[in-house]
Design a protein around this ligand. Structure first.
Ligand SMILES: [Zn+2]
Length: 233
């Protein structure tokens, strides 16, 4: 398995690692700062650099059997198991993912409807809702998002034991998404005073870091699906 350094510190831009396996579908390292595609957030890109100057461009990162797969771009030099490499994240892209992903947590808090899906992007992101009786007002949603961003709430992951969910029902009641069971430990993402839900993605440390956002459009995708598209201003 690959140690997932981004879980505890999403601000790591570089790290040292050792190549464990070179497979047809990607390179497995002993540890990584590259986030693999999941939870609606795209996989990271960047470079793996060997001390002799060899640089391998990473075009995508995915979860794989036995570890996280760093997928090289076409025609890259070939690394070997045991190679020591410096990981260089495409930080500009990842930081936009972190800002957008955190913004989607705020969107969950602003819209009192069930989330049915979502996708984070570097420029724009979307969440799909089962609207029920909820009225979707574009201007209101945008001003509420920017209010929460301006209030600069702290954002932090919090690990809890599943048993805590039973002994502290208030914890579950405040969550916008009900947690999966059967994993023992659960990673929650808390936007202080705003949102709490299970999430394994990467986020900024304070909502102010998101910066201004605009609600680009609200689309009706059938009776039970309203899509809200948000972009960084
Ligand atoms: Zn999240």
């Amino acid at each position: 398995m690959t140690a997932e350094l981004f879980r505890d510190d999403s601000y790591l831009k570089t790290a040292e690692a050792v190549v464990r396996e070179v497979r047809a579908d990607g390179i497995v390292l002993d540890r990584t700062i590259f986030y693999p595609t999941g939870g609606g957030q795209p996989g990271d890109t960047g470079h793996l650099a060997r001390a002799d100057g060899t640089r391998v461009a990473v075009a995508d990162t995915r979860k794989g059997e036995g570890g996280i797969l760093h997928v090289p771009a076409p025609d890259q030099p070939v690394l070997a198991p045991g190679d020591a490499v410096t990981l260089e994240l495409d930080w500009a892209r990842r930081h936009r993912h972190m800002r957008m992903h955190t913004c989607l947590h705020l969107l969950c808090a602003v819209i009192p409807a069930g989330v049915t899906g979502g996708q984070v992007g570097a420029d724009r992101s979307r969440l799909d809702f089962d609207p029920g009786e909820t009225v979707f007002d574009k201007a209101h949603i945008e001003s509420e998002l920017n209010r929460l961003i301006g209030e600069d709430h702290a954002v932090a992951p919090r690990w809890v034991d599943e048993s805590e969910l039973d002994t502290k029902p208030d914890l579950v009641r405040t969550m916008s998404v009900k947690p999966p069971r059967g994993t023992g430990r659960l990673r929650l993402l808390e936007v202080a005073g705003v949102d709490l839900q299970p999430c394994g993605g990467t986020h900024v440390a304070r909502t102010g870091e998101i910066g201004r956002v605009v609600v680009e459009k609200i689309e009706s995708k059938g009776k039970r699906n309203r899509r809200v598209v948000v972009a960084l201003a």
